[in-house]
Design a protein around this ligand. Structure first.
Ligand code: 5RP
Length: 215
């Protein structure tokens, strides 16, 4: 295991401490979340169920005998646990490297506390080194790409990837994101954009880096 993997595993183990007994837990997507689900398996009897952000996480949760329920049947969740691709000092994130950003953002919005687990390489002063994922309606791909180019970004279609919602992903390179709140608001206005992988309006509440909490 690399040191980054070890930090992800440590963060996932620490995130278990935020899981409330008897609750429905929101679960994100990715390699860090895979560690979290494996750790959750050990306490599967202590939680009621999970709400999952992807088919990938659903399959892993079920392998561990954890019941997966629809968000519409769960009401407000106490805790959502997920990874991220970048995190700034105000706990604002870039997410979507695993193409699950839309469902992740919905579950984060529906949760009281968002616990984010990262390795230390993902901590940045300014978001934007990691290409910003946008989920787009397939027929709008070229239109959205032109709107992004006008704003100075370099959109690259993530070919051969279809999201769980049947949409496509554009990864926007070469953007230094000085004002994440304003950019998230602006990109949300582009017709054909389903979801922006910027989590600035709904940042993480707690960020775990390896076995420590970000301060
Ligand atoms: C998936 C995500 C992931 O949380 C993000 O890509 C981090 O992944 P990993 O834990 O594998 O490094 O946003 O859409």
């Amino acid at each position: 295991m690399t040191s980054r993997d070890e930090e992800k595993r440590q963060a996932a183990q620490r995130a278990i401490g935020y899981v409330e007994p008897g609750s429905v837990i929101g679960v994100g997507t990715g390699s860090t979340v895979a560690h979290f689900i494996d750790a959750l398996g050990a306490i599967a009897d202590h939680i009621h169920a999970a709400v999952s952000s992807s088919e990938q996480s659903t399959a892993r949760l079920k392998q561990h005998g954890i019941r997966v329920i629809d968000l519409n049947a769960a009401g407000e969740l106490a805790v959502y646990v997920d990874g991220a691709d970048e995190c700034d000092p105000r706990r604002r994130l870039i997410k979507g490297g695993g193409a699950a950003l839309t469902r992740e953002k919905i579950i984060a919005a529906a949760s009281r506390t968002f616990v984010c687990m990262i390795d230390s390489s993902k901590r940045v002063d300014m978001l934007g080194k990691f290409p910003l994922p946008l989920e787009v309606i397939p027929m709008a791909r070229d239109y959205v790409a032109r709107q992004i180019a006008k704003r100075g970004g370099r959109p690259v279609w993530r070919e051969n990837v279809v999201t769980d919602n049947g949409n496509w992903i554009l990864d926007v390179h070469d953007w230094k994101i000085a004002d994440p709140l304003a950019l998230e608001t602006e990109l949300n206005q582009i017709t054909g954009v389903v979801c922006v992988g910027l989590f600035a309006h709904r940042p993480a509440d707690i960020v775990l880096i390896g076995d420590s909490v970000m301060t």
